[in-house]
Design a protein around this ligand. Sequence first.
Ligand code: GDP
Ligand code: MG
Length: 455
Amino acid sequence: NLTQRMSRVVKTMRGQARLTESNTQDMLREVRLALLEADVALPVVRDFVARVKEKALGVEVADSLNPGQALVGVVHQELTNLMGADLGDNASELSLAAQPPAVILMAGLQGAGKTTTTGKLAKWLSEGGHIQHGRKTGKKKVLVVSADVYRPAAIEQLKTVAAQVGVEFLPSDPSQKPADIARHALDHAKRHHFDVLIVDTAGRLGIDEEMMREIRALYDLLNPIETLFVVDAMQGQDAVNVAKAFADALPLTGVVLTKLDGDARGGAALSVRHVTGKPLKFVGVSEKLDGLEPFHPERMAQRVLGMGDIVSLVEQAQRNIDIADAQKITDKIKAGDKFDLNDFRDQLQQVKKLGDMGSLLEKLPAQFSQAASQLQGGQAEQQLRRTEGILNSMTPAERAKPELLKASRKRRIAAGSGVSVQEVNRLLNQFEQMQGMMKQMKKGGMAKMMRGLGG
Ligand code: GDP
Ligand code: MG
Protein backbone atom coordinates (compact mmCIF):
# COMPACT_ATOMS: atom_id res chain seq x y z
CA ASN A 1 0.00 0.00 0.00
CA LEU A 2 0.90 3.63 -0.21
CA THR A 3 2.22 3.83 3.31
CA GLN A 4 4.64 0.97 2.84
CA ARG A 5 5.77 2.37 -0.45
CA MET A 6 6.33 5.80 0.97
CA SER A 7 8.10 4.55 4.09
CA ARG A 8 10.65 2.89 1.90
CA VAL A 9 11.35 6.10 0.04
CA VAL A 10 11.32 8.19 3.18
CA LYS A 11 14.25 6.10 4.41
CA THR A 12 16.25 6.70 1.26
CA MET A 13 15.61 10.42 1.50
CA ARG A 14 17.07 10.64 4.98
CA GLY A 15 19.85 13.12 5.23
CA GLN A 16 18.79 15.16 2.22
CA ALA A 17 18.19 18.78 2.87
CA ARG A 18 15.25 19.71 0.69
CA LEU A 19 12.53 18.61 -1.66
CA THR A 20 13.80 18.81 -5.21
CA GLU A 21 12.64 17.63 -8.61
CA SER A 22 14.90 14.62 -8.40
CA ASN A 23 14.30 13.40 -4.86
CA THR A 24 10.54 13.83 -5.07
CA GLN A 25 10.53 11.87 -8.30
CA ASP A 26 10.96 8.49 -6.58
CA MET A 27 8.42 9.29 -3.96
CA LEU A 28 5.88 10.48 -6.48
CA ARG A 29 6.33 7.33 -8.51
CA GLU A 30 5.41 5.31 -5.44
CA VAL A 31 2.40 7.52 -4.81
CA ARG A 32 1.30 6.99 -8.38
CA LEU A 33 1.63 3.21 -8.21
CA ALA A 34 -0.13 2.99 -4.88
CA LEU A 35 -3.08 5.01 -6.12
CA LEU A 36 -3.37 2.84 -9.21
CA GLU A 37 -3.32 -0.21 -6.94
CA ALA A 38 -6.10 1.39 -4.93
CA ASP A 39 -8.11 1.45 -8.14
CA VAL A 40 -8.04 5.17 -8.72
CA ALA A 41 -8.54 6.05 -12.38
CA LEU A 42 -5.42 7.02 -14.31
CA PRO A 43 -6.34 10.61 -15.25
CA VAL A 44 -7.22 11.26 -11.61
CA VAL A 45 -3.89 9.83 -10.49
CA ARG A 46 -2.03 12.04 -12.96
CA ASP A 47 -3.81 15.16 -11.77
CA PHE A 48 -3.27 14.28 -8.17
CA VAL A 49 0.42 13.60 -8.54
CA ALA A 50 0.89 16.84 -10.46
CA ARG A 51 -0.83 18.74 -7.68
CA VAL A 52 1.25 17.11 -4.95
CA LYS A 53 4.40 17.86 -6.89
CA GLU A 54 3.51 21.49 -7.28
CA LYS A 55 2.69 21.83 -3.58
CA ALA A 56 5.75 19.92 -2.47
CA LEU A 57 8.22 21.98 -4.48
CA GLY A 58 6.65 25.11 -3.05
CA VAL A 59 7.06 23.86 0.51
CA GLU A 60 9.96 25.39 2.31
CA VAL A 61 11.66 22.64 4.22
CA ALA A 62 13.54 23.61 7.33
CA ASP A 63 16.93 21.99 7.82
CA SER A 64 15.53 19.91 10.64
CA LEU A 65 12.94 18.33 8.35
CA ASN A 66 13.33 15.06 6.57
CA PRO A 67 12.04 15.90 3.08
CA GLY A 68 10.43 12.49 2.77
CA GLN A 69 8.33 13.13 5.82
CA ALA A 70 7.40 16.55 4.57
CA LEU A 71 6.21 14.98 1.35
CA VAL A 72 4.11 12.43 3.22
CA GLY A 73 2.45 15.33 4.95
CA VAL A 74 1.67 16.98 1.60
CA VAL A 75 0.26 13.75 0.15
CA HIS A 76 -1.97 13.17 3.15
CA GLN A 77 -3.22 16.74 3.12
CA GLU A 78 -3.96 16.73 -0.60
CA LEU A 79 -5.70 13.40 -0.39
CA THR A 80 -7.91 14.60 2.43
CA ASN A 81 -8.68 17.73 0.42
CA LEU A 82 -9.50 15.75 -2.67
CA MET A 83 -11.84 13.60 -0.60
CA GLY A 84 -13.75 16.73 0.25
CA ALA A 85 -12.11 18.36 3.25
CA ASP A 86 -11.58 21.43 1.04
CA LEU A 87 -15.36 21.77 0.67
CA GLY A 88 -15.75 22.66 4.33
CA ASP A 89 -17.18 21.01 7.40
CA ASN A 90 -20.81 20.76 6.37
CA ALA A 91 -20.34 19.65 2.78
CA SER A 92 -21.19 16.05 3.59
CA GLU A 93 -24.52 16.90 5.15
CA LEU A 94 -27.79 16.56 3.28
CA SER A 95 -29.64 19.76 2.63
CA LEU A 96 -33.36 19.63 3.34
CA ALA A 97 -33.83 23.37 3.35
CA ALA A 98 -36.78 23.45 0.98
CA GLN A 99 -40.47 24.14 1.11
CA PRO A 100 -41.71 20.66 2.20
CA PRO A 101 -41.52 18.15 0.84
CA ALA A 102 -37.76 18.25 0.40
CA VAL A 103 -37.27 15.99 -2.59
CA ILE A 104 -34.32 13.62 -2.87
CA LEU A 105 -33.75 12.10 -6.31
CA MET A 106 -31.68 8.92 -6.52
CA ALA A 107 -29.62 8.38 -9.68
CA GLY A 108 -27.21 5.67 -10.76
CA LEU A 109 -26.74 2.47 -12.71
CA GLN A 110 -28.72 -0.69 -12.09
CA GLY A 111 -27.35 -2.59 -9.15
CA ALA A 112 -25.52 0.44 -7.75
CA GLY A 113 -27.65 0.33 -4.63
CA LYS A 114 -30.28 3.03 -5.24
CA THR A 115 -33.22 1.12 -3.80
CA THR A 116 -31.27 -0.09 -0.80
CA THR A 117 -29.91 3.39 -0.18
CA THR A 118 -33.40 4.86 -0.52
CA GLY A 119 -34.43 2.60 2.35
CA LYS A 120 -31.34 3.43 4.38
CA LEU A 121 -31.81 7.17 3.91
CA ALA A 122 -35.51 6.92 4.74
CA LYS A 123 -34.59 5.15 7.96
CA TRP A 124 -31.85 7.64 8.78
CA LEU A 125 -34.13 10.62 8.24
CA SER A 126 -37.25 9.20 9.90
CA GLU A 127 -35.25 8.24 12.97
CA GLY A 128 -33.84 11.73 13.29
CA GLY A 129 -30.26 10.90 12.30
CA HIS A 130 -30.14 13.87 9.98
CA ILE A 131 -27.53 16.48 10.80
CA GLN A 132 -27.38 20.03 9.55
CA HIS A 133 -24.60 22.44 10.52
CA GLY A 134 -23.45 19.93 13.07
CA ARG A 135 -26.83 19.55 14.79
CA LYS A 136 -29.50 16.91 14.59
CA THR A 137 -32.67 18.26 13.07
CA GLY A 138 -35.18 15.78 14.46
CA LYS A 139 -37.33 13.03 13.01
CA LYS A 140 -38.70 13.51 9.52
CA LYS A 141 -41.91 12.24 8.00
CA VAL A 142 -40.66 10.40 4.94
CA LEU A 143 -42.42 9.12 1.82
CA VAL A 144 -40.72 6.84 -0.69
CA VAL A 145 -41.81 6.06 -4.24
CA SER A 146 -40.34 4.04 -7.08
CA ALA A 147 -40.25 5.34 -10.65
CA ASP A 148 -38.57 2.14 -11.85
CA VAL A 149 -41.23 0.89 -14.25
CA TYR A 150 -38.99 -1.45 -16.20
CA ARG A 151 -38.73 -4.13 -13.58
CA PRO A 152 -41.90 -4.93 -11.62
CA ALA A 153 -39.72 -6.54 -8.96
CA ALA A 154 -38.00 -3.20 -8.39
CA ILE A 155 -41.18 -1.58 -7.12
CA GLU A 156 -41.89 -4.57 -4.89
CA GLN A 157 -38.35 -4.37 -3.55
CA LEU A 158 -38.84 -0.77 -2.45
CA LYS A 159 -42.15 -1.70 -0.85
CA THR A 160 -40.43 -4.39 1.22
CA VAL A 161 -37.60 -2.07 2.19
CA ALA A 162 -40.03 0.67 3.23
CA ALA A 163 -41.95 -1.77 5.42
CA GLN A 164 -38.70 -2.90 7.04
CA VAL A 165 -37.71 0.62 8.02
CA GLY A 166 -41.25 1.71 8.84
CA VAL A 167 -41.69 4.56 6.39
CA GLU A 168 -44.62 5.20 4.10
CA PHE A 169 -44.47 3.72 0.60
CA LEU A 170 -46.53 5.17 -2.23
CA PRO A 171 -47.57 2.38 -4.61
CA SER A 172 -46.81 2.81 -8.30
CA ASP A 173 -47.05 0.35 -11.16
CA PRO A 174 -45.17 -0.57 -14.32
CA SER A 175 -47.95 0.65 -16.62
CA GLN A 176 -47.45 4.23 -15.45
CA LYS A 177 -45.02 6.72 -16.93
CA PRO A 178 -42.18 7.72 -14.57
CA ALA A 179 -43.17 11.38 -14.93
CA ASP A 180 -46.74 10.63 -13.88
CA ILE A 181 -45.52 8.68 -10.86
CA ALA A 182 -43.33 11.62 -9.87
CA ARG A 183 -46.10 14.17 -10.30
CA HIS A 184 -48.51 12.08 -8.29
CA ALA A 185 -45.94 11.49 -5.52
CA LEU A 186 -45.16 15.18 -5.23
CA ASP A 187 -48.84 15.98 -4.96
CA HIS A 188 -49.44 13.23 -2.41
CA ALA A 189 -46.48 14.33 -0.29
CA LYS A 190 -47.71 17.93 -0.30
CA ARG A 191 -51.26 17.04 0.63
CA HIS A 192 -50.20 14.76 3.44
CA HIS A 193 -47.50 17.02 4.81
CA PHE A 194 -44.47 14.84 4.33
CA ASP A 195 -41.15 16.50 5.19
CA VAL A 196 -39.18 14.44 2.71
CA LEU A 197 -39.96 12.59 -0.51
CA ILE A 198 -37.34 10.15 -1.79
CA VAL A 199 -37.73 9.15 -5.43
CA ASP A 200 -36.06 5.88 -6.42
CA THR A 201 -35.40 5.55 -10.15
CA ALA A 202 -34.55 2.97 -12.76
CA GLY A 203 -30.98 2.30 -13.81
CA ARG A 204 -29.51 0.54 -16.83
CA LEU A 205 -26.55 -1.74 -16.92
CA GLY A 206 -24.64 0.83 -18.91
CA ILE A 207 -25.03 4.49 -19.62
CA ASP A 208 -27.68 5.10 -22.24
CA GLU A 209 -29.21 8.25 -23.57
CA GLU A 210 -32.79 7.31 -23.05
CA MET A 211 -32.23 6.70 -19.36
CA MET A 212 -30.40 10.00 -19.04
CA ARG A 213 -33.25 11.86 -20.74
CA GLU A 214 -35.75 10.17 -18.47
CA ILE A 215 -33.99 11.03 -15.24
CA ARG A 216 -33.37 14.57 -16.47
CA ALA A 217 -37.11 14.91 -17.06
CA LEU A 218 -37.77 13.66 -13.54
CA TYR A 219 -35.30 16.18 -12.23
CA ASP A 220 -37.02 19.06 -14.04
CA LEU A 221 -40.37 18.00 -12.76
CA LEU A 222 -39.43 17.34 -9.15
CA ASN A 223 -36.96 20.17 -8.63
CA PRO A 224 -35.14 18.12 -5.97
CA ILE A 225 -33.08 19.77 -3.24
CA GLU A 226 -30.74 16.77 -3.34
CA THR A 227 -29.82 14.76 -6.42
CA LEU A 228 -27.66 11.91 -5.23
CA PHE A 229 -25.49 9.86 -7.51
CA VAL A 230 -25.30 6.33 -6.14
CA VAL A 231 -22.20 4.42 -7.18
CA ASP A 232 -20.79 1.02 -6.38
CA ALA A 233 -17.33 1.31 -4.81
CA MET A 234 -16.37 -2.04 -6.36
CA GLN A 235 -16.62 -0.46 -9.80
CA GLY A 236 -13.20 0.99 -9.30
CA GLN A 237 -11.90 2.58 -12.50
CA ASP A 238 -15.20 2.33 -14.38
CA ALA A 239 -16.82 4.59 -11.85
CA VAL A 240 -15.15 7.52 -13.59
CA ASN A 241 -17.04 7.25 -16.87
CA VAL A 242 -20.35 6.57 -15.19
CA ALA A 243 -19.89 9.49 -12.83
CA LYS A 244 -19.01 11.77 -15.72
CA ALA A 245 -22.10 10.80 -17.68
CA PHE A 246 -24.39 11.43 -14.72
CA ALA A 247 -22.69 14.67 -13.76
CA ASP A 248 -23.10 15.92 -17.34
CA ALA A 249 -26.78 15.00 -17.48
CA LEU A 250 -27.85 16.15 -14.02
CA PRO A 251 -26.95 18.88 -11.54
CA LEU A 252 -25.84 16.42 -8.88
CA THR A 253 -25.59 17.62 -5.30
CA GLY A 254 -23.76 14.68 -3.82
CA VAL A 255 -22.54 11.14 -4.07
CA VAL A 256 -23.31 7.96 -2.14
CA LEU A 257 -20.59 5.33 -2.37
CA THR A 258 -22.05 1.88 -1.72
CA LYS A 259 -20.62 -1.55 -0.96
CA LEU A 260 -17.58 -0.23 0.79
CA ASP A 261 -17.83 -3.32 2.97
CA GLY A 262 -16.68 -5.39 -0.01
CA ASP A 263 -13.01 -5.53 -0.83
CA ALA A 264 -13.26 -2.11 -2.40
CA ARG A 265 -10.08 -0.17 -1.89
CA GLY A 266 -11.76 3.19 -1.83
CA GLY A 267 -10.14 4.41 -5.03
CA ALA A 268 -13.55 4.99 -6.58
CA ALA A 269 -14.18 7.64 -3.95
CA LEU A 270 -11.26 9.66 -5.24
CA SER A 271 -12.20 9.21 -8.86
CA VAL A 272 -15.84 10.11 -8.42
CA ARG A 273 -15.11 13.11 -6.29
CA HIS A 274 -12.55 14.31 -8.81
CA VAL A 275 -14.83 13.87 -11.82
CA THR A 276 -18.06 15.25 -10.35
CA GLY A 277 -16.57 17.87 -8.05
CA LYS A 278 -19.46 17.04 -5.73
CA PRO A 279 -19.12 16.01 -2.10
CA LEU A 280 -19.44 12.42 -1.05
CA LYS A 281 -22.25 12.45 1.47
CA PHE A 282 -22.72 8.87 2.59
CA VAL A 283 -21.13 5.47 2.30
CA GLY A 284 -22.95 2.14 2.26
CA VAL A 285 -21.24 -0.40 4.46
CA SER A 286 -23.68 -3.32 4.52
CA GLU A 287 -26.64 -4.86 2.75
CA LYS A 288 -28.63 -4.24 5.91
CA LEU A 289 -30.71 -1.12 6.16
CA ASP A 290 -28.69 0.37 9.00
CA GLY A 291 -25.54 0.09 6.90
CA LEU A 292 -25.25 3.77 6.01
CA GLU A 293 -22.64 6.13 7.38
CA PRO A 294 -21.97 9.82 6.85
CA PHE A 295 -18.85 10.33 4.77
CA HIS A 296 -15.61 11.42 6.44
CA PRO A 297 -12.87 12.71 4.09
CA GLU A 298 -10.13 12.00 6.58
CA ARG A 299 -11.11 8.38 7.08
CA MET A 300 -11.40 7.73 3.38
CA ALA A 301 -8.00 9.29 2.77
CA GLN A 302 -6.58 6.88 5.30
CA ARG A 303 -8.33 3.96 3.69
CA VAL A 304 -6.74 4.79 0.36
CA LEU A 305 -3.37 5.36 1.94
CA GLY A 306 -3.52 1.97 3.59
CA MET A 307 -4.66 2.79 7.12
CA GLY A 308 -2.72 2.34 10.29
CA ASP A 309 0.83 3.39 10.05
CA ILE A 310 0.19 6.36 7.82
CA VAL A 311 -0.97 8.07 10.96
CA SER A 312 2.38 7.61 12.61
CA LEU A 313 4.20 8.68 9.47
CA VAL A 314 2.18 11.83 9.30
CA GLU A 315 2.59 12.45 12.99
CA GLN A 316 6.30 12.14 12.53
CA ALA A 317 6.15 14.70 9.76
CA GLN A 318 3.84 16.83 11.84
CA ARG A 319 6.26 16.78 14.74
CA ASN A 320 8.91 18.15 12.46
CA ILE A 321 6.56 20.80 11.23
CA ASP A 322 5.92 21.83 14.84
CA ILE A 323 9.65 22.03 15.27
CA ALA A 324 9.87 24.18 12.16
CA ASP A 325 7.33 26.50 13.76
CA ALA A 326 9.26 26.59 16.97
CA GLN A 327 12.30 27.36 14.94
CA LYS A 328 10.56 30.40 13.49
CA ILE A 329 10.24 31.78 16.99
CA THR A 330 13.84 31.11 17.78
CA ASP A 331 14.87 32.72 14.50
CA LYS A 332 12.90 35.72 15.50
CA ILE A 333 14.69 35.93 18.81
CA LYS A 334 18.00 35.38 17.13
CA ALA A 335 17.34 38.23 14.75
CA GLY A 336 16.79 40.40 17.78
CA ASP A 337 13.09 40.90 17.11
CA LYS A 338 10.96 41.33 20.14
CA PHE A 339 8.74 38.43 21.11
CA ASP A 340 5.57 40.21 22.19
CA LEU A 341 2.11 39.23 23.33
CA ASN A 342 0.91 39.13 19.73
CA ASP A 343 3.43 36.38 18.99
CA PHE A 344 2.44 34.68 22.18
CA ARG A 345 -1.19 34.73 21.15
CA ASP A 346 -0.33 33.31 17.71
CA GLN A 347 1.53 30.50 19.41
CA LEU A 348 -1.39 29.72 21.68
CA GLN A 349 -3.72 29.61 18.73
CA GLN A 350 -1.49 27.14 16.99
CA VAL A 351 -1.29 25.01 20.06
CA LYS A 352 -5.07 25.02 20.25
CA LYS A 353 -5.39 23.98 16.62
CA LEU A 354 -3.15 21.04 17.18
CA GLY A 355 -5.23 19.92 20.09
CA ASP A 356 -3.12 17.84 22.37
CA MET A 357 -1.31 20.31 24.61
CA GLY A 358 0.77 17.84 26.52
CA SER A 359 2.47 16.26 23.55
CA LEU A 360 2.96 19.54 21.79
CA LEU A 361 4.71 21.09 24.76
CA GLU A 362 7.21 18.28 24.71
CA LYS A 363 8.23 19.31 21.24
CA LEU A 364 8.85 22.92 22.03
CA PRO A 365 12.22 24.11 23.28
CA ALA A 366 12.58 23.15 26.93
CA GLN A 367 12.63 26.67 28.34
CA PHE A 368 9.60 27.67 26.36
CA SER A 369 7.54 24.68 27.35
CA GLN A 370 8.46 25.14 30.99
CA ALA A 371 7.24 28.70 30.92
CA ALA A 372 4.14 27.74 29.00
CA SER A 373 3.21 24.97 31.38
CA GLN A 374 3.69 27.31 34.30
CA LEU A 375 1.34 29.65 32.59
CA GLN A 376 -1.23 26.96 32.33
CA GLY A 377 -0.86 25.91 35.91
CA GLY A 378 -1.78 22.36 34.98
CA GLN A 379 -5.37 22.72 33.82
CA ALA A 380 -4.23 22.90 30.25
CA GLU A 381 -7.33 23.33 28.13
CA GLN A 382 -9.29 25.53 30.49
CA GLN A 383 -6.36 27.73 31.33
CA LEU A 384 -5.52 28.04 27.68
CA ARG A 385 -8.95 29.42 27.00
CA ARG A 386 -8.69 31.93 29.88
CA THR A 387 -5.27 33.05 28.75
CA GLU A 388 -6.54 33.46 25.23
CA GLY A 389 -9.54 35.38 26.50
CA ILE A 390 -7.29 37.82 28.31
CA LEU A 391 -5.07 38.27 25.26
CA ASN A 392 -8.09 38.79 23.02
CA SER A 393 -9.39 41.54 25.28
CA MET A 394 -6.23 43.54 24.65
CA THR A 395 -5.79 45.76 21.64
CA PRO A 396 -3.03 44.83 19.17
CA ALA A 397 -1.10 47.86 20.35
CA GLU A 398 -1.31 46.69 23.94
CA ARG A 399 -0.14 43.23 22.96
CA ALA A 400 2.79 44.74 21.09
CA LYS A 401 3.70 46.97 24.05
CA PRO A 402 2.59 45.38 27.33
CA GLU A 403 4.13 48.31 29.21
CA LEU A 404 1.09 50.33 28.08
CA LEU A 405 -0.98 48.29 30.48
CA LYS A 406 -1.64 50.54 33.45
CA ALA A 407 -4.31 49.94 36.07
CA SER A 408 -7.31 51.26 34.16
CA ARG A 409 -6.47 49.26 31.05
CA LYS A 410 -5.97 46.16 33.15
CA ARG A 411 -9.39 46.65 34.72
CA ARG A 412 -10.95 46.94 31.26
CA ILE A 413 -9.20 43.77 30.07
CA ALA A 414 -10.18 41.85 33.21
CA ALA A 415 -13.82 42.90 32.79
CA GLY A 416 -13.74 42.08 29.09
CA SER A 417 -12.44 38.57 29.62
CA GLY A 418 -14.31 37.80 32.80
CA VAL A 419 -11.29 37.33 35.05
CA SER A 420 -9.82 39.24 37.98
CA VAL A 421 -7.16 41.95 37.64
CA GLN A 422 -4.82 39.65 39.57
CA GLU A 423 -5.13 37.07 36.88
CA VAL A 424 -4.20 39.64 34.22
CA ASN A 425 -1.21 40.59 36.34
CA ARG A 426 -0.18 36.99 36.73
CA LEU A 427 -0.23 36.48 32.99
CA LEU A 428 1.88 39.60 32.46
CA ASN A 429 4.41 38.55 35.10
CA GLN A 430 4.77 35.13 33.63
CA PHE A 431 5.12 36.56 30.18
CA GLU A 432 7.87 38.84 31.42
CA GLN A 433 9.70 35.84 32.87
CA MET A 434 9.31 34.09 29.59
CA GLN A 435 10.79 37.04 27.73
CA GLY A 436 13.69 36.99 30.17
CA MET A 437 14.31 33.36 29.42
CA MET A 438 14.18 34.05 25.75
CA LYS A 439 16.84 36.69 26.10
CA GLN A 440 18.98 34.12 27.90
CA MET A 441 18.44 31.69 25.07
CA LYS A 442 19.51 34.34 22.63
CA LYS A 443 22.77 34.91 24.45
CA GLY A 444 23.94 31.48 25.44
CA GLY A 445 21.69 28.52 25.00
CA MET A 446 20.93 28.99 21.35
CA ALA A 447 23.42 26.62 19.80
CA LYS A 448 22.58 23.93 22.28
CA MET A 449 18.90 24.43 21.81
CA MET A 450 19.13 24.28 18.03
CA ARG A 451 21.03 21.02 18.30
CA GLY A 452 18.24 19.73 20.48
CA LEU A 453 15.69 20.76 17.91
CA GLY A 454 17.44 19.12 15.02
CA GLY A 455 17.93 15.79 16.74
P1 GDP B 1 -30.36 -0.57 -7.52
O1 GDP B 1 -30.50 -1.41 -8.74
O2 GDP B 1 -29.47 0.61 -7.78
O3 GDP B 1 -31.66 -0.17 -6.94
O4 GDP B 1 -29.56 -1.46 -6.46
P2 GDP B 1 -30.13 -2.25 -5.21
O5 GDP B 1 -30.48 -1.32 -4.11
O6 GDP B 1 -31.19 -3.19 -5.63
O7 GDP B 1 -28.82 -3.04 -4.75
C1 GDP B 1 -28.20 -4.01 -5.55
C2 GDP B 1 -27.53 -5.02 -4.64
O8 GDP B 1 -26.50 -4.42 -3.88
C3 GDP B 1 -28.47 -5.62 -3.61
O9 GDP B 1 -28.19 -7.00 -3.48
C4 GDP B 1 -28.13 -4.89 -2.34
O10 GDP B 1 -28.40 -5.67 -1.18
C5 GDP B 1 -26.67 -4.66 -2.50
N1 GDP B 1 -26.20 -3.49 -1.76
C6 GDP B 1 -26.61 -2.20 -1.83
N2 GDP B 1 -25.88 -1.41 -1.02
C7 GDP B 1 -24.98 -2.20 -0.41
C8 GDP B 1 -23.91 -1.98 0.54
O11 GDP B 1 -23.62 -0.87 0.98
N3 GDP B 1 -23.20 -3.06 0.92
C9 GDP B 1 -23.46 -4.32 0.43
N4 GDP B 1 -22.70 -5.32 0.85
N5 GDP B 1 -24.42 -4.55 -0.46
C10 GDP B 1 -25.19 -3.53 -0.88
MG1 MG C 1 -33.57 -0.42 -7.65
